[in-house]
Design a protein around this ligand. Sequence first.
Ligand code: HEM
Length: 411
Amino acid sequence: MVPVTADPLPRARPLAAGPGARAARRHESRLLFSARPALWALLRAGALAGPVRRVPRLGWLVTDPILARRLLTDHTSTSLLGEGGVGHLWAQVLGDWVLEIFDGPGHADLRARSRDLFTKATSQELVSRVLAPRLGRAGAELAGGGELDVADLSRVLVGRMVADLLGMDRGDDDAAFRALFATGERLAAIALGSTASTHLDPADVTAARAIVDELTVGVADGFATAPPDRLLGRCRELGLNLRETTGLAALLTVAGTETAASAMARTVALLADTGQHRRLGDDRSEELVEAAVREGLRVSTPAPMIGRHVTADIALGPARLRAGDRVLVLTHVADNAAGGFDVDRPYDPRTRHLWFGAGRHQCLGAALARAEITALLETLLDTGRGWRVVRRRYGRRVLIPSYAELTIAAD
Ligand code: HEM
């Protein structure tokens, strides 16, 4: 038994007040409800449930940021390979070989070799090469008095990034990248019903396999021929084999498309709704833009929960989790306990970067996600005029809560 106890929490900063802050909270709440009413209800209940609570059918809910980190960094008592973990889902789609690289020594080895795939520097280079031309056109439209649907733009940008990472040549037409994004969305949607069980039915497995084949069609060729400064070439140089590279490519698409697009549009909306885009207009320091990106990620927490399977009895705060239990870490609740969106909120050592997870499975693409959001904000700020939301629609029945449309115009 590994004893784990909670430290007393420092006092949370109060919720940001004022009509802008209230509007921002209302829109975020509606967006969550529209995506998945059950998720909305779970997060609401989780916020009232205390730090860790057992719930019939779902297992343990963890909402306290420090306990969440303890659990996610406890690699001896938890796993994501058993029922409740994402590795369990993937093994059904990609095959049992995934179990060797999704957790345990095989995973540690793969992470060690892929450590430098997305550093801050390589991510910024990627964003400059792949996204800057399209962002430049969007910025010019906005500056020229046009309207811009940031939700659509985010999907197109992320689609462009995925095409580049997966070695696909899709030309320069936005429609091709929208379609690619939608393919990634279809794959992620197969996990929609996994909150209570990560067992997939055979029809879903077949559908998911067909999508993975479609998405990774260019991987074998890219793996053989891509130069070392491209992702597939780097995988080869790092000593990954073709099967690992193909699995990683599929995983990147699922993990890094909807999440990144969701955070991009929601951060733009949060800045407009709270009026804090004006603060950034007045102060373009790297620190403040970085804080806006961090706050956008914290408040939106695009991956609102993380599942784990308990493999050995463990004491977590007041609770005793038993081997075989399943756990849902409600990161959205843990991250939002500190209060509303506030670009002046200092870095919080309790949450750290919990929206990217924690421990060995912490997001591999975190630097890339930050670089993508930063590039979008910089583009909007470069117009020098601030922005207002003209129209918005929340996405319905989507795995990752997102805007279907977020049309803005210069202020
Ligand atoms: C705002 C955007 C993103 C968010 C909020 C996010 C969030 C997360 C979270 C919470 C995890 C941990 C899951 C767990 O512990 O079970 C994770 C893992 C992962 N993410 Fe991200 N992610 C984002 C963007 C990306 C991007 C852009 C990529 C790559 C292109 C990416 C690739 C991955 C991979 C490969 C993993 C699995 C890591 C492992 O199991 O070792 N993510 N992400």
